[in-house]
Ligand binder design. Structure first.
Ligand code: BJ8
Length: 422
């Protein structure tokens, strides 16, 4: 690993505490990832990125900042990357997927807050995540109550812009979302000092669409009977996509997709024939949350699709290209993002339709509907998800978990029993 100590010091990070984090990550990654056999060669890129996750990309971002570019840290897939890119800004994901950050979050938040929020706040307050230190502005959104309140804490010493998400999908909600995106564009223009023009936005739309298409190609390969890649590897690819430069991300995902398509032609699979195919639906899995995928894929099954924000909700549907005015472009962006079906919307029957469609497209044997502990939205919606799956004859197992390992054995027992009966 290269030496980034000075960079972390300059960022005002808590070096001692950060060392503790750096001490556990490689083991966790090695146990979860490097133990897999016959991984696609293209995964070397993501292995390299993870090995230096607090080094390589943060150093790149700082270099770009020196050239005058601004970095926007985001927490949710509703925040439109295109707008930032059109003003020559950079987007980086900020969510927290590690138990390491939870205690620092619990110091200021109720314990009964979802681990994703606790970890995000803890990563900032504990000064152990360079991305939180680098971002010139955080962009929050009014999705769930926990996040809304977390912005008040996170926004204390960093500029914070909050996008007011509609909670329904009526025509007037679409109009409101267009206005929110336009307001966000103004904020981005102000911070970057760059005007967003129709051509710049068109270019940004094309770049982000290309990234989505590249990720989708990798997902398409998972529809094959012989699986050319594990669910864990795809999850890693998607998690890193939130942090990477979008054009490099597209290039690397396309390279991986090329290899997977070749593997399909050659009949190469990373799982024995007859391995049960599982779709995971529910709450997102921010890096380095690999817990559930690891348990599933070491319990005799394979994850072939994720109906989550670190899965299909991230890349499905494109922004329509070729609009002639900024006004039309903002509407096209709003329409694409309103097509994401998060449980924060009511009603949210579109998500149920997505789950049934995906279960069929990816030919799954069963669905594991996962809820991060204390996420009331996905927990409540879980009942409708289970009912719909059962009506469609698709076996489903609902589970709730957090980032700790305390329930790992119990989860394994339940998942093994579920896979056994498929
Ligand atoms: S679009 S899923 S990324 S809000 S933080 S809602 S898990 S209690 S993350 Fe999310 Fe955007 Fe929706 Fe996706 Fe629940 Fe936790 Fe809230 Fe969460």
């Amino acid at each position: 690993m290269a030496n980034y100590l000075q960079m972390w010091k300059d960022l005002g990070m808590d070096i001692e505490n950060h060392d503790n984090l750096c001490a556990v990550l490689p083991t966790a990654f090695g146990d979860t990832y490097l133990s897999q056999e016959n991984r696609p060669a293209a995964m070397d890129f993501w292995d390299m990125v993870v090995a230096d996750i607090h080094g390589i990309r943060p150093a790149e971002l700082i270099e770009e900042q020196k050239k005058g570019r601004k970095v926007f840290g985001t927490f949710c897939v509703y925040v439109p990357d295109e707008v930032v890119l059109a003003a020559d800004g950079i987007v980086t994901g900020l969510c927290g997927g590690s138990q390491f950050w939870v205690p620092d979050g619990e110091a200021v938040l109720p314990k009964s807050t979802c681990p994703l929020i606790k970890a995000s706040v803890g990563a900032r307050l504990g000064k152990t995540c360079p991305f939180f230190r680098i971002a010139d502005m955080y962009v929050g959104e009014t999705t769930c109550d926990g996040k809304k309140k977390a912005w008040e804490i996170l926004g204390k010493d960093v500029p914070m812009h909050i996008m007011d998400m509609p909670q329904m999908k009526r025509p007037k909600d679409y109009d409101k979302w267009v206005e929110e995106i336009k307001e966000f564009a103004k904020v981005v223009e102000e911070l970057t000092g760059n005007e967003i023009t129709r051509d710049k936005l068109e270019n940004a739309i094309k770049i982000i669409n290309a990234k989505r298409k590249a990720i989708e190609r990798v997902y398409q390969a998972r529809k094959a009977d012989k699986l050319p890649i594990s669910g864990k590897d795809v999850l890693l690819m998607t998690q890193i996509a939130f942090f990477d430069d979008p054009e490099r991300c597209a290039t690397m995902c396309n390279k991986l997709a090329d290899e997977l398509e070749q593997r399909i032609k050659d009949g190469v699979s990373v799982f024995p024939e007859g391995t049960k195919r599982i779709m995971v639906s529910g709450t997102p899995m921010a890096i380095p949350n690999w817990k559930l995928h690891h348990i599933i894929e070491t319990s005799g099954a394979a994850v072939v699709c994720e109906e989550t924000c670190t899965g299909t909700r991230y890349f499905e549907n494109l922004v329509e290209e070729g609009k002639t005015t900024l006004e039309e472009q903002y509407r096209a962006i709003a329409e694409r993002y309103m097509g994401i079906n998060c449980a924060c919307f009511t009603p949210n029957t579109g998500r149920i339709d997505d789950i049934i469609r995906l279960a069929k497209e990816y030919k799954v044997d069963g669905v594991i509907d996962v809820n991060l502990k204390f996420c009331c939205l996905y927990d409540t919606e879980g009942k409708s998800v289970e009912e719909a799956l059962k009506e469609n004859g698709i076996p489903v197992l609902g589970i709730e978990t957090d980032y700790t390992d305390s329930d790992a054995q119990q989860l394994r027992t339940r998942i093994e029993a579920f896979v056994e009966m498929l």
